[in-house]
Design a binder for this molecule. Structure first.
Ligand code: PMP
Length: 302
């Protein structure tokens, strides 16, 4: 993630990554009370472009509000800092990781009066690779939105993601597919889930998932192509009728699904809607199409 030359942004300044430090007594580390983002920049004909910067930084602000974490930066400031970070590191295609955490040493279980902003960037291949995923329904549920603000990208939520992913891999699968507290299919540990049936797409509605920015982009692209998209609750049994499926996320982009437990999709992935949308997404992020570059982000329910 960094070399001797890497520059990061921490507490108002650009400094070498090797000098970026924090205390072991910061409450964010002990209690998972921190928020982060995962953003990508792509090389385009107009130079590097941070894809959906506004949406990501608005979600960062939303996540901070949701857990009462102060944030002293506007969307415009965060976006400008991100471009500066890319330039200082000579990065064009990059993954960008903003982290807002409580940096004052304190072991109290309380909201902090101030926060620190850390920004780092590195080159990162597609997070789940290009291979089709073999998913399994996880015995772990996504956290209940009545317990935590699930639509916020809170560091502590990722303990759930890590154990679910580990459990799936321990049974020989590539990735977990988690249900919500009512037994409906929710999402992957770090991605949203879509399935295909009869020429239409289905995905979990907002409420019990992290409402992915890639998910919203894909819904926009699909609707532009005339493909119906239904945001509705569905059980894992429904997936037995599915003809295809894919995962979406900033880091993962669009990844096809080969199977879910013992249900193997017969339609070759290249012939699925997912493959078409993966190509459209790859072109859109690199501004290779005259397509709309902004797709409306649905209102968060929380
Ligand atoms: N769900 C979870 C749990 C995630 O961690 C992510 C990755 N941020 C997503 C969905 C996809 O979100 P996005 O498309 O905004 O990256």
């Amino acid at each position: 993630y960094f070399t001797a030359d890497t520059v990061v942004f921490l507490d108002g300044q650009f400094i070498p990554a090797t000098q970026a430090q924090c205390s072991l007594y910061v409450p964010s580390l002990h209690y998972g009370h921190a928020v982060f983002e995962g953003i990508r920049a792509y090389q385009t004909a107009n130079g590097p472009r941070v894809f959906k910067a506004k949406e990501h930084y608005e979600r960062l602000q939303y996540s901070c509000r949701a857990i009462h974490m102060p944030l002293a930066y506007s969307v415009e400031e965060l976006t400008a800092l991100t471009y500066e970070l890319l330039e200082k590191n000579n990065l064009t295609n990059a993954y960008i990781r903003p982290l807002v955490y409580a940096a004052e040493p304190s072991m109290g279980i309380k909201t902090p009066a101030t926060s620190s902003l850390f920004l780092a960037a590195w080159e990162w291949d597609k997070y789940l690779g290009d291979q089709l995923m073999r998913l399994t329904i996880s015995p772990y549920e996504r956290p209940n939105p009545k317990a935590v603000p699930i639509e916020a990208k809170v560091s502590g939520h990722y303990a759930n993601s890590i154990i679910a992913s580990h459990e799936a891999k321990s049974r020989g699968y590539d990735e977990a597919l988690l249900l919500d507290m009512n037994g409906y299919v929710a999402e992957g540990p770090g991605s949203n889930f879509f399935y295909e049936w009869d020429g239409a797409l289905y995905t979990a509605p907002a409420g019990n998932i992290l409402q992915g920015i890639t998910r919203n982009t894909i819904i926009g692209l699909a609707r532009d192509m005339g493909i119906p998209v239904f945001e509705e609750f569905f059980t894992p049994e429904t997936l037995h009728h599915a003809t295809g499926a894919f995962l979406t996320g900033t880091a993962a982009e669009v990844v096809g699904v080969a199977s879910i437990d013992d249900h193997v999709f017969e339609t070759p992935y290249e012939e699925t809607i997912g493959a078409k949308l993966a190509a459209a997404y790859a072109a859109l992020v690199r501004e290779k199409v005259g397509a709309r570059t902004t797709h409306p982000v649905a209102e968060r329910s929380a």
